[in-house]
Design a protein around this ligand. Structure first.
Ligand code: NAD
Length: 371
């Protein structure tokens, strides 16, 4: 699909559950404000996902939503899940149990770029000494469509004396290759350093992972400095010296854990954006739909209170502009505006402040228009 310059960027917004709709509302307001400043045309439609879809239609994601997703340039998703739906089991594999996992699976967005950085005004909100965390900037590249979390070989049975539960952690060479290439490319565009994480000492999947990542590095990305850590050591080092990390390449499970852990450098899980991609476009608009979502979940404990931190979603909009629209000027406007807002002392309660989601959003928009 080659888009003309006049063509509107087609966005499908799916708030999901809990605080999801609240933060997506903030993200869309910022997107519209930025689009106006860079003359980007938008074609935005909205739909329900997961719990909200289940309540309305009895399915976690509707066929119409999947169709719309395939015909969009980008999806902006809030978060899904909550106690009301977490126990529901529907027929089919793991992707059928979760509307967002179904979308990731359908669109084959197998690489999730999860970005955590330290912000000077928030250093005291982190568990680190300022000199340890200052300037930390970590990009966890998480495999998103494979491994134990997507395994069809799973279950709980009564095979022996006690019940047995299992989720097969399997990766094919092809899955590792396509994913590693994106990780290396991300590293090349940053500081040229890539840390691959695995448990090659105990898991066969880890052995293949390490072997394949090493081969891709040597044959296709000799300019990128590749190192390997065992996942437990990576978690330990990340909690001691976050500033030493740059791009972390990890499978679905380790990436899930390490990206939440990396949020500590930003002061709150609510600060982290992500881009879920099936390609890393060189420049210009992406050919394939991608999903942009904050790293956090639906936070049922604060849903409806108007105090969710919208920054993770707002920065996800910046990533959307960068990777799906080829609009790096707009993307930079957002990240600069977020820094200015934090510098001015605006923070939601998760960061120790008193501002509401809407106040934060309004201030980001004010800064975007000023920049
Ligand atoms: P969570 O991320 O929803 O919340 C963890 C903690 O962080 C909570 O105290 C919450 O209040 C806080 N928090 C999260 N985002 C915040 C924000 N933007 N602003 C302020 N505080 C924020 O994780 P959880 O409690 O483990 O899971 C709750 C539900 O979300 C579960 O149903 C889970 O399955 C689901 N979940 C969804 C996703 C997703 O949609 N991508 C990811 C993780 C969890």
């Amino acid at each position: 699909m080659v888009l003309g310059v006049e063509m509107a960027l087609k966005i499908l917004a799916l708030g999901g559950d809990g605080i999801g709709p609240e933060v997506v509302h903030s993200g869309l307001q910022v997107l519209e404000a930025v689009a106006a400043t860079v003359s980007l045309k938008l074609d935005i439609s909205e739909d329900v996902l997961h719990g909200a879809a289940f309540d309305a239609y009895g399915v976690f994601v509707r066929k119409e939503t999947l169709h719309q997703a395939h015909h969009s340039d980008a999806l902006l998703v809030g978060a899904v899940g909550g106690p009301k739906w977490d126990h529901i089991v529907v027929e089919g594999g793991p992707e059928e149990q979760d509307g967002l996992m179904k979308l990731r699976h359908e669109l084959e967005v197998f690489a999730s770029l999860r970005w955590a950085r330290a912000y000077d005004p928030l250093l005291s909100r982190t568990p680190f000494r300022p000199e340890v965390v200052r300037n930390s900037d970590v990009m966890v590249v998480r495999e998103l469509c494979g491994g134990a979390m997507f395994s069809p070989t799973r279950g709980i049975d009564n095979a022996g004396e006690s019940r047995r539960a299992y989720d097969l952690n399997e990766y094919t060479e092809a899955e590792i290759v396509r994913f590693a290439r994106i990780g290396f490319e991300v590293a090349r565009r940053r500081t040229g350093k890539l840390l691959s994480v695995d448990k090659a000492n105990v898991f066969m999947a880890g052995k293949l992972w390490r072997e394949v990542v090493q081969e891709i590095g040597e044959s296709e990305f000799p300019d990128v400095a590749l190192t390997h850590f065992f996942a437990d050591n990576a978690a330990y080092q990340l909690s001691c010296n976050p500033g030493d990390f740059d791009v972390i390449l990890a499978d679905n499970l380790f990436g899930d854990i390490l990206s939440d852990q990396s949020a500590a450098v930003s002061g709150s899980l609510g600060m982290l954006p992500s881009a879920c991609l099936s390609e890393l476009p060189q420049s210009g608009r992406s050919e394939r739909p991608a999903i942009y979502e904050p790293v956090h979940g639906s936070a049922p404990d604060i849903a409806g209170a108007g105090i969710a931190n919208p920054i993770g979603t707002i920065l996800s909009v910046a990533m959307l502009l960068e990777y799906s629209a080829g609009e790096s000027v707009g993307a930079r406007k957002i990240s600069t505006a977020v820094e200015a807002v934090l510098q001015a002392g605006f923070t939601t309660p998760d960061l120790g402040g008193k501002h509401t989601s809407q106040q934060m959003t309004d201030e980001v928009i004010r800064q975007v228009r000023r920049i």
